[in-house]
Design a protein around this ligand. Structure first.
Ligand code: FES
Length: 165
């Protein structure tokens, strides 16, 4: 069959950016963990934040996920640097897939993994800093509690489609 992965995806898979070294999360201002029950993979995203401007100054991550998860989160970690927490929170899996030049349909859930972990890290920052009012819930009902999959995820990742290849 046809090779469905773009050069950009291969580049980020072969040389992923901002991989977290070690286990120490203390130096970071927000920590987010996500599991993907569709495939059983896990993701951790950590961020450093400038408190005055709420701009993300560093974003690192590690995963047991596949090549697509690695490439997606690598490019996501580059995209969020210099963005405010609010801007970063609203980056969608679709935008990540577009940055990669497209993702095969059956790999979209892999890009959702890093995206959700990032949003968890942002919410973690708010909670740690006593800004619980800023914690953004996913504006969606959970369709399947056991998988933490919401209609929002499905809509974003599938219905809108990230097929740009
Ligand atoms: Fe699990 Fe891609 S198959 S993250």
């Amino acid at each position: 069959g046809e090779w469905a992965y773009t050069e950009k995806l291969k580049e980020h898979f072969m040389s992923p950016k901002n991989i977290m070294q070690g286990e120490n999360t203390d130096e970071f201002d927000g920590v987010g963990m996500e599991g993907n029950l569709q495939c059983g993979d896990q993701m951790m995203v950590v961020i450093k934040v400038d408190r005055d401007t709420e701009v993300i100054t560093d974003c690192q991550w590690k995963t047991y996920g596949c090549a697509s998860a690695i490439a997606s989160t690598s490019i996501l970690s580059e995209m969020v640097k210099g963005k405010t927490l609010d801007q970063a929170f609203h980056i969608s899996p679709k935008e990540v897939a577009q940055e990669l030049g497209g993702l095969p349909d059956n790999k979209i859930h892999c890009s959702v993994l890093g995206d959700k972990a990032l949003r968890a890290a942002i919410n973690n920052y708010y909670v740690r800093n006593g800004m619980d009012d800023k914690v953004k819930q996913e504006q969606a009902k959970t369709i399947c509690q056991c998988m933490s999959i919401t209609d929002h995820d499905i809509e974003e990742a599938v219905l809108e489609g990230a097929r740009t290849y």
